[in-house]
Design a protein around this ligand. Structure first.
Ligand SMILES: C[S@@+](CC[C@H](N)C(=O)[O-])C[C@H]1O[C@@H](n2cnc3c(N)ncnc32)[C@H](O)[C@@H]1O
Length: 308
């Protein structure tokens, strides 16, 4: 994953204390790291990176209340919440489940972009685009229709891996992504006719009714808590007979949860209900994993929904 985000406090001494604290943290001396972070915060009370790191250390030390306080302070010091302190509060059960801050996703993937493909494909055995390709082909074969699409929209297109998998089957690819750096990488592939830095729901809202015959979302729904808005827009933008194919991470319980890796997992019944509520027909829902986590396949779903 990307290097940890650092937002300078504007105070050189406080920043240096933070650096020392990080060294201590990496060496495993958590109490000493926490002491140094407290000192940095005394010098610069609105030091978001120090508060956030302190929150993580307090959590590791089992000091839940102190962790909650530190994450609240981190978010107050950086209202855009680029560290994702609010997500840590959700994980700690201190706040109800909600969506990810856009600035958090943008910074995460802007930082990740240069190493994204080697890390995801190389280290995590990422196979989302190939799984979507197989699933879409099988739905087309079953429907006795050619697997060729005039206009496709790739939600959370990243560096363009899904478009590469579908390149020969799509005439006009549109990519939407929150991260400008990921979009730059996608542009360099030459697979996209249009690219837009946008949240996927906002980007779809700018597209006319029935203007696409394929919508893809490869490893992107893991950053979306509530699937309803994006599914409704996808349904509106799809032409009759069009397909919406996506991967998601999953769990055996009910509804949606935020996993340890700070990605959402959607239960199969929740995915089914979301597809139906958007007026789409579920053509396939398979238990298939798109990536590994700690060297084992992360439980996942591959879905293809059809606009009838
Ligand atoms: C793990 S990457 C997957 C990229 C690509 N689809 C692939 O298969 O390699 C997830 C991408 O989704 C984007 N993303 C996450 N949430 C988004 C949102 N709400 N709107 C648009 N893009 C989003 C991220 O910026 C990131 O580039």
């Amino acid at each position: 994953m990307p290097a940890r985000l650092f937002l300078s406090s504007g105070d050189l001494v406080a920043d240096r204390r933070y650096d020392f604290a990080r060294d201590l943290q990496l060496r495993g001396d958590l109490p000493a790291a926490a002491d140094l972070l407290q000192q940095a915060i005394e010098l610069a009370p609105k030091f978001a990176s120090a508060w956030f790191t302190l929150g993580k250390i307090r959590e590791q030390l089992g000091e839940r209340e102190a962790a909650v306080t530190a994450f609240h302070k981190a978010r107050a010091a950086d209202p855009l919440d680029r560290h994702g302190a609010g997500l840590r509060l959700m994980r700690l059960g201190a706040e109800p489940l909600a969506g990810m801050p856009q600035a958090y996703v943008q910074v995460l993937f802007d930082q990740y972009a240069p190493r994204f493909e080697s890390s995801l494909v190389g280290d995590l055995g990422y196979r989302g685009p190939a799984l979507l390709f197989k699933a879409v082909l099988s739905v087309r074969v079953a429907a006795k229709k050619p697997a060729f699409f005039k206009r496709a929209v790739d939600l959370g297109c990243g560096t363009g891996l899904a478009a590469a998998a579908f390149a020969k089957e799509v005439d006009h690819f549109i990519g939407l992504d929150l991260s400008p750096r990921m979009i730059e990488k996608a542009r360099a592939t030459g697979h996209y006719a249009e690219l837009e830095v946008a949240d996927m729901v906002q980007g779809l809202r700018g597209r006319p009714d029935a203007s696409a015959d394929l919508i893809l979302a490869a490893d992107a729904m893991v950053y979306v808590a509530d699937l309803a808005p994006v599914f409704l827009e996808a349904s509106r933008v799809l032409a009759p007979g069009g397909l919406f194919a996506f991967t998601s991470e999953t769990h055996d319980g009910e509804g949606v949860l935020l996993g340890e890796g700070i990605r959402y997992a959607h239960s199969a019944p929740y995915v089914r209900a979301s597809v139906e509520a958007a007026g789409l027909k579920l053509s396939r829902l398979d238990n298939l994993s798109a990536r590994n986590e700690d060297n084992v396949p992360a439980p996942g779903l591959v879905a293809v929904a059809t606009k009838t």
